[in-house]
Ligand binder design. Structure first.
Ligand code: PLP
Length: 419
């Protein structure tokens, strides 16, 4: 660190600033987390120097003794943790991991049935603005008036378009998914099944939510940096019969050299996720979401679907506080609470404005916060949005957020953050 400080003070200062921000603000964005110091240590290593195209025992470059060790460990840990017959750990991100599946198991032009982005799905599930939507024929199911997956609609569209792949998974759906229900629809039309569990991957690993592989899904993808608390990356978990096609789809299909420093860090995070403490973490993340949602409802907030079964909460800020999501996000940020503006089902506002914000409990739970703190956070949330035009109130809320954060430090290089 000293060498970086001396050589490139601008970058060093920005890193320190971000460390300080993460310590003194409360991260409530449900897709973010604070990773382990051990993961950060594994990321910053000489593995970044190494090319290792191919797979353990079969690479296109020499010098692979240690890359093979870490990749074998990472894949074995992923298989064991998720009860998967096959695991690929090389995808560079969540977007890449999903493309790997589409290209590996389907032909261009094939129909895919996935959740609508504005109803909780993800950009990489064939949103019209994504490149994938030009390659594959995506069709979208939406949620019903209560904000829940509408299986009648899923079945109706599946019957009409006969998709090759039924895809479920979300980035802002606060309810449990009925994997068996999706599998039934897919079986009826002879489609493969894929679940992108990026948001809840850690909660599945920790045994707090069901695993789609247990319901007979063909492929499960998950990012490694959300509730799983690892570095940024993606896992593709599948039945053995798809393993070769998935591996070829990652390399040489989509990517070149894997990022071995990241794979080392993924291996560390997977080891952590197999510890008994991680099961507790997953359970506490859910209990905290219940406490946070319950208190927001007591304050009169309107939540999409009326609550949550997982780690995330979508607040309709227009209905609750007369504020667009963008304004609410801004007010919360000024008070030290990081959230993100979020479209709600059939949102009349644009993605830049939105009618809601999304928040979640993976990061505060990592800080060690419990249900009592979630009640306090809900109170601060409501004060921040209601008092956004009162400078004294904003200052007071921010001071309380900082005190709370100081009582529950985030894991990481804290000493540097204080310097
Ligand atoms: N899939 C889901 C469900 C996600 O929530 C995300 C990220 O927000 C991704 C895929 C994409 O991951 P990445 O940002 O690593 O490309």
């Amino acid at each position: 660190r000293d060498r970086l400080r001396q050589y490139d003070p601008e970058i060093f200062e920005a890193i320190l600033g971000e460390e300080r921000r993460q310590q003194t603000e409360l991260e409530l964005i449900p897709s973010e987390n604070y990773t382990y110091p051990e993961v950060l240590a594994a990321l910053g290593t000489v593995f970044t120097n190494k090319y290792s195209e191919g797979y353990p025992g079969n690479r296109y470059y020499g010098g692979q003794t240690y890359t093979d060790v870490i990749e074998r460990l990472a894949t074995a840990r992923a298989r064991e943790l998720f009860r998967a017959e096959h695991a690929n750990v090389q995808a560079l991100s969540g977007a890449a991991m999903n493309q790997v599946v589409y290209y590996g198991l389907l032909q261009p032009g094939d129909a895919i049935l996935a959740m609508d982005l504005t109803h909780g799905g993800h950009l990489t599930h064939g949103s019209p603005v994504s490149h994938m939507s030009r390659v594959f024929d995506f069709h979208r199911y939406r949620t019903d008036a209560d904000g829940r997956v509408d299986f009648d609609e899923v079945r109706r569209i599946a019957g009409e378009v006969r998709p090759k792949l039924v895809l479920c998974g979300h980035s802002s759906y606060p309810r449990e998914l009925d994997y068996a229900g999706f599998k039934r629809v897919a079986d009826e039309v002879g489609a493969l099944t894929m679940a992108d569990v990026s948001h809840v991957g850690g909660l599945i690993a920790g045994g707090a939510l069901p695993n789609p592989l247990d319901a007979g899904f063909d492929v499960v993808t998950t990012t490694t940096h959300k509730s799983l608390r690892g570095p940024r990356g993606g896992l593709v978990l599948s039945k053995a019969e798809f393993g070769k096609r998935i591996d070829k789809s990652v390399f040489p299909g989509l990517q070149g050299g894997p990022h071995m420093h990241t794979i080392a860090a993924i291996a560390v995070a997977l080891k952590k996720a197999a510890e008994p403490e991680f099961r507790e973490y997953a359970a506490r993340t859910l209990a905290n979401a219940q406490a946070l949602a319950g208190r927001l409802i007591e304050h009169g907030a309107e939540l999409v679907t009326g609550g949550t079964d997982n780690h995330l909460i979508v607040v309709n800020t227009v209905a609750s506080f007369g504020l667009q999501g963008r304004e609410a996000q801004q007010a919360l940020e000024e008070a030290g609470l990081a959230t993100n503006k979020q479209l709600i089902p059939d949102d009349p506002l644009s993605a830049q404005r939105t009618s809601g914000v999304r928040l979640g409990t993976p990061a505060p739970t990592t800080r060690g916060m419990g249900e009592a703190e979630m009640v306090a956070v809900a109170d601060l949330f409501v004060r921040a949005v209601r008092g956004k035009d009162d400078a004294d109130e904003v200052k007071a809320v921010r001071a309380e957020v900082q005190q709370l954060c100081a009582r529950f430090p985030a894991p990481g290089p804290i000493s540097a953050a204080k310097s």
